[in-house]
Structures are given as structure tokens and as C-alpha cells.
Design a protein around this ligand. Structure first.
Ligand SMILES: [Zn+2]
Length: 458
């Protein structure tokens, strides 16, 4: 080989190596060119809206948002005309249970790296950019997936896992705890164990954790609620490590007791009583965030539509799964009892009083709700119960991110991740337009929705 040929070969090798690395990284969710999305209605995520706006993106990050005339556009920028379309931030879901759902089956045996990854893609497909799985994940498998995602080897929704603590034998509902191979949650029987457990979690790198305050599974002897002395110890220890605790609690008295000693994040609203001024004052003063998880508690409402009857769900399952969901379905009574009507009216009143504190969470993967799909049902329920579409979107984006200090997502703002959803219709006119998904971008890379749909419908 003469030196000229050698040079050519070396140049070719460099060229292909470059191409290969750009190509493979691109497939994994990172794009390198600048892209500008023009003429769109841009719903920022904090309540603001820019009509006829532009969004400039590079390397997975938002460079600028505003009117095109105010943005300096680099040469070689790829331009996309989004006339008539609306851009919203990708949703942030703060309460789900990944890994157990197998679409046709369910259980701990499905908690594998492959299934967990699939659930991240299911969220991404529906425009959910960030997901916090709360207290039911197998920690070693979850940690490996998290690491692979940080390395850029797995795309999909950004995955956060919050390990759980509860009374010995407590934790999630019996559907989980009855599973013979269920790994359990970290038991905290007294304040000393609580402090030790928080310290262990912090040293393992966790900055979000969950506590179950309710007594959950009476059959397993865990009738004991988490005592105030124990959750006080958890919250105090967590504050030393900047660990964000989310508390599962469903009664007004537990909420009050928790907020007054520093709890700021809740799974579930008080369901037993109408919230009073004392509670509202506590919530306001302490800047509390509440995940009402309405989808879980409205299944007996007359307006409830099961997923298998909703075409928006069809994208992610084969016909056989729809058929089995249909045949296993136990429909609610055709007329609603006075008691159930009273309860749902109270829930709506509570939601409205708390609306400036509400954040998105679905409980999907635990109680028969489905990843990504359930997020849009929840948005619709927020509005059905009296929030405006704009308030519902804030709850599902910037406020949900803020609740957990995720300051890289939840808002379309320069410097944040380019996680956004392009909609064909305006969700501010009708929140159900959140379902009119044209494209989803996470970290600046378009999610391959048609490929995913094809894979899931087989
Ligand atoms: Zn849950």
C-alpha cells in the first residue's frame, strides 16, 4: 500500500468512525444539528403561552424560545414549520409503578430490565418525558436501568426510582404484597431504624424516597400505621441529605400531622373529609405538592371509560389484550348511588381548593391503569373536576418537576432538556387535545412512535 492509499484508508476509517458514533448516538436519543420549530403555539408549562413562537434546539437542549424575530438562528439550522400546531412540555409523572405490568399478565416475574425499559418507552410514546416509579421497584434491576439511561444506552422517559419505607409488613397494596416473590419495602419499626434507613438510601445515591403512612395490608398483620415519631425521624433525617420524601396518606388528619412536621409531597389527597381552612393554610405556608391520582378513584364514576373501549389506548396492545380486558371487565352500576355522588363531589371540591398544589401522577402499573395513556386520562379528570386546561398542564409539567427539584425538565425554557410534545390541536381549548399527538421529542430526539406502535400491536 503506498502512502497515499494509506492516507485515504485512514481518512475513510475516521469518516466511518465519525458516522458510526454520530449515528449510534443519534439512535439513542441525541441529535447534534440545530433544529428550529417555527409558527407554533408554545405552551411554556408555567401558564405562559407564546403564539406564533419558535423553539430552537441543539444537542438535546433548548437554546431559545420566543418569537422568531427575537431568536438568533445559526446557519445550517434545520427548520420545521409547525403552523396550526401546539407545543407543550413533555409531561412529568410523579407516581407510577413500573416493571410489573405485562399487558395480558402482571406480577413480580415481569420485573426485568427488558420490561422496565419497555415501560419507559410506553411513557415516551404518549408524551411523558419523566417518570418517578414509587416504592415497588426491585432496586438492583432499577439501578442498572437508571445507570444505562445515564450512559445514554436507553432512551424513553427519564427514569427516577423512589425506594419505599413502611411499617414492618406494610407497603403497597395486597396485589403487590401477595405476590410470593415480592421483595418488600424497607421496614422502619422505630425512629432509630428510620434514621439508619434514610442514611443507607442516601449513601446508595437515592434522593427521592417514599413512605407509606396508611396501614395497608391488614391480612399480613401490618395494621400498624407509620407512627408520627417514625415519620418525623424519616423527614428530619431526609432533610439532612436533601432527600425528597413523598408520603402515601389518605386522611385529612394524617395530612395535617405530616405537613406540620415538614412533609411537602403527598400521594393522594385527603379522601375522607372535606379539606378545611386549617389544612389549606398549612398547605400554602409549606408549599405542599399533592398527587391526587384521580384515575384510581374514579373507576366507579358513570363517565369512566375503560381503556379497552378507548381508541387512544389501542396503539400499545394487540387485539388479544383488548379482548381479554373486555372479557374481564366488571362495569360500574348504571346509576350512581347518592353516597358515591357525594364522595365524588367532595373530591372535586377538595381538588379545586388545592389546585395550586396539584401535580400529575397516575398510579399506572398498580391498579389496572396503563403507562402513558393514564396520564392523558388524569389531565382530563383535572379539567372535568374544575381546573382549567392551562392549570392542568402546569400541574402535569412545571409544578410536577419543581416538586422534586427536577429543574432540567417540565418547562420550555432555554437551558432545559428539549423534551416536548407537538400536538395537532390546542389543548387549551379542550384538554382532550393532549391526545392529538403529532410528534414527541425527548432530549431533542424524535421518539419513533410508529416503530413502537408496530412492535406493541403484534
Ligand atoms: Zn401507587
Amino acid at each position: 500500500m503506498n502512502s497515499f492509499t494509506v492516507k485515504i484508508v485512514i481518512l475513510c476509517l475516521f469518516f466511518f468512525a465519525e458516522q458510526l458514533s454520530a449515528q449510534s448516538l443519534d439512535d439513542l436519543g441525541y441529535s447534534f444539528a440545530e433544529h428550529i420549530f417555527n409558527n407554533a403555539r408554545i405552551v411554556i408549562g408555567d401558564g405562559a403561552v407564546i403564539e406564533q413562537g419558535s423553539l430552537l434546539v441543539r444537542d438535546g437542549t433548548i437554546l431559545a424560545v420566543g418569537l422568531a424575530s427575537t431568536i438568533e438562528i445559526p446557519d445550517d439550522t434545520v427548520s420545521h414549520d409547525l403552523s396550526g400546531k401546539t407545543i407543550i412540555p413533555a409531561l412529568v409523572n410523579t407516581h407510577a409503578h413500573l416493571g410489573w405490568e405485562a399487558y395480558g399478565d402482571w406480577g413480580s416475574q415481569f420485573f426485568t430490565e427488558e420490561n422496565l425499559t419497555d415501560h419507559l418507552y410506553r411513557h415516551a410514546y404518549y408524551g411523558v418525558g419523566t417518570i418517578i416509579s414509587t416504592g415497588s421497584d426491585q432496586e438492583e434491576i432499577a439501578a442498572r436501568i437508571k445507570l444505562e439511561q445515564l450512559r445514554g444506552n436507553i432512551a424513553g422517559a427519564h427514569y427516577y426510582q423512589s425506594p419505599g419505607m413502611g411499617s414492618p409488613g406494610g407497603g403497597p397494596n395486597p396485589r403487590f404484597t401477595d405476590d410470593p416473590n415480592y421483595w418488600g419495602v424497607r421496614p422502619v419499626a422505630d425512629p432509630e431504624q428510620a434514621v439508619r434507613t434514610v442514611r443507607e438510601l442516601a449513601s446508595s445515591g437515592y434522593d427521592i424516597a417514599k413512605i407509606w403512612v396508611d396501614s395497608r395490608d391488614e391480612r399480613r398483620g401490618a395494621k400498624v400505621k407509620l407512627a408520627p415519631a417514625i415519620y418525623t425521624a424519616v423527614l428530619e433525617a431526609a432533610s439532612n441529605y436533601d432527600m425528597r420524601i413523598i408520603a402515601h396518606a389518605t386522611t385529612l388528619s394524617d395530612h395535617k400531622s405530616l405537613v406540620s412536621i415538614g412533609a411537602r409531597r403527598f400521594i393522594h389527597m385527603p379522601y375522607d373529609l372535606e379539606v378545611d381552612d386549617e389544612y389549606l393554610e398549612l398547605v400554602r405556608e409549606n408549599n405542599v405538592y399533592i398527587v391526587p391520582t384521580l384515575g384510581m378513584v374514579t373507576k366507579r364514576e358513570p363517565y369512566y371509560i375503560p381503556a379497552f373501549q378507548d381508541p387512544f389506548f389501542y396503539d400499545q396492545v394487540p387485539i388479544s389484550v383488548l379482548e381479554s380486558l373486555n372479557s374481564n371487565y366488571n362495569p360500574p352500576p348504571s346509576s350512581q348511588s347518592a353516597e358515591s355522588k357525594q364522595r365524588s363531589d367532595m373530591m372535586a371540591r377538595n381538588l379545586l381548593k388545592l389546585k395550586d398544589h396539584i401535580i400529575l401522577g397516575t398510579d399506572a402499573g398498580a391498579v389496572g391503569d396503563f403507562f402513558g395513556y393514564a396520564d392523558h386520562v388524569e389531565l382530563e379528570l383535572f379539567v372535568r373536576m374544575g381546573m382549567s386546561p392551562s392549570e392542568a398542564i402546569v400541574a402535569a409539567t412545571s409544578r410536577a418537576a419543581e416538586a422534586f427539584g427536577l429543574d432540567n425538565v417540565g418547562k420550555l425554557q432555554a437551558g432545559r432538556a428539549a423534551d416536548f410534545v407537538i400536538l395537532d390541536d390546542n389543548p387549551l381549548d379542550d384538554i382532550r387535545n393532549s391526545r392529538q399527538i403529532h410528534e414527541v421529542y425527548l432530549r431533542g430526539k424524535k421518539v419513533d412512535r410508529s416503530g413502537l406502535k408496530q412492535r406493541w400491536s403484534q
